[in-house]
Design a protein around this ligand. Structure first.
Ligand code: FAD
Length: 117
């Protein structure tokens, strides 16, 4: 079995990847329903996150820095900001958020136009 720290890091890595990708694909001009969905998703993500200490810390961060759900750019920059707050706590380098949308391109850009089926 792998060391616990390695497993925790792998979980974090995979979770952040999905987290930032969702934010980078969020609508540019979301409806009220879409804003509610993203806000709830983020709060529930924090509540069910399987590393208890991480979850508790992240819930505190969400209270201090509430999710910005007004649009794609706002949401993605907010996500980058709170991840940097976690990086700071773990003494990891600060990430440059300048190209956050391009950094998390998921290759699903044509979803709205065409289907593979
Ligand atoms: P990660 O932090 O996992 O980042 C993965 C990749 O994302 C990086 O390689 C980089 O390319 C990119 N990246 C880095 N910073 C940013 C940013 N600001 N915006 C966008 N992309 C970025 N671990 C603990 O030990 N204690 C905790 O309290 C803790 N809390 C966590 C809370 C949450 C919600 C999550 C998802 C994870 C948490 N983790 C915690 C795990 C921790 O954040 C890392 O995921 C883990 O330490 C592995 O780090 P890493 O160096 O692989 O990079």
């Amino acid at each position: 079995k792998m060391a616990n720290e390695t497993l925790k890091a792998e979980l974090g890595n995979a979770s952040w990847k999905l987290f930032h990708t969702i934010l980078a694909r969020y609508p540019e001009t979301p409806s009220e329903d879409e804003q509610t969905s993203l806000r709830q998703y983020i709060h529930l993500f924090a509540q069910v996150y399987p590393c208890g200490d991480c979850a508790r810390h992240f819930i505190k961060l969400l209270k201090k820095y509430p999710p910005q759900v007004s649009g794609r750019k706002e949401a993605a920059l907010w996500g980058c900001y709170v991840h940097n707050k976690v990086n700071e706590k773990l003494k990891k380098p600060e990430y440059d958020c300048t190209n956050i949308l391009e950094d998390y391109d998921c290759g699903c850009g044509d979803d709205e136009k065409e289907s593979d089926f």
